[in-house]
Write a protein that binds this ligand. Sequence first.
Ligand SMILES: O=C(CO)COP(=O)(O)O
Length: 251
Amino acid sequence: MREKLVAGNWKMNGGLAQNKALLEAVVAGMAGVQGMGCAVCVPYPYLFQAQSSLKDSAIAWGAQNLSQHDKGAFTGEVSAAMLLDFGCKYVLVGHSERRAIYGEDDATVALKFEAAQKAGLTPILCVGESLEERESGVTEAVVARQLDAVTGKFGVAALSKAVVAYEPVWAIGTGKTASPEQAQAVHAFIRGKIATQSKAVADGLVIQYGGSVKGSNAAELFGMPDIDGGLIGGASLDAQEFLAICHAAKR
Ligand SMILES: O=C(CO)COP(=O)(O)O
C-alpha cells in the first residue's frame, strides 16, 4: 500500500525567524502522526536550519532544485552531494517555474533527476500542462513527454525510487485547483502509462497533486484512488493550513 506524502515547497519565501516559528509549529502539529510522510523543500540557505529543527522529528526536508553536475566551475549552482551534506531526503526536479522561468528543458530535467538519484536523494519529478496545452487537448501528450524524458533515458525502474508530482501549471498559485476528478484523470493516466512498462513500479509510485491545495480541499483530492498526497506551495507557509493538509493525508 502506498503511503501518502505531503511536501511543502516554500519557493523563494522565508527568513530565519519566520522559518523557526513555522518549523516549530509543524513539528508540534505532526507529533505522533503516523501513516503518511511529510516533508518541506526549503531555499538552500535554510537547509541547515531545516536540518537542525527537523532532525529529531519524522518530518523530512529537501531542496527545490539541484545542479546536474557533480562539481566544478558552475557559479551559483548546488550539487546533490551538497544537499546530502545537509541531510536532504528529497529534491524537486523540473518544477514548472524552473521549466518556464529558467528554461529547463526535458533533457536537463532528466540529467538533474539522474544526479539526484545517483547521490541517493529521492527526486520529486514535477510534470504538468499549461492552460493553453490543456485547452488544446494535449495534456496527456505533454505529461507523457515529460515522463518519457526520464524513463526513456534511465528505464522505468528509475521511478521506483522517485516521486512524481502532477502540477497543472494553470492551478499553481492561482487559487484555481483542478477538480478531484480532473486531477484523478491525469494521475490515472500517469499510473496507467507506467504500468504498461512495469505494473510493480506503477503500483508503488507515489503521485502527488500540486496546485492551490488548501486545508479545505485536500481531503477531497487525497480521497481519489491515484492521488497520493500533495506538493504544496503557498499553503505550506502557513503552519495551520499545512498541518490541515497533512492531517487530511492520514490513513
Ligand atoms: O507549485 C506548487 C508546489 O510546487 C503549487 O503552488 P501553490 O500551492 O501555491 O499553488
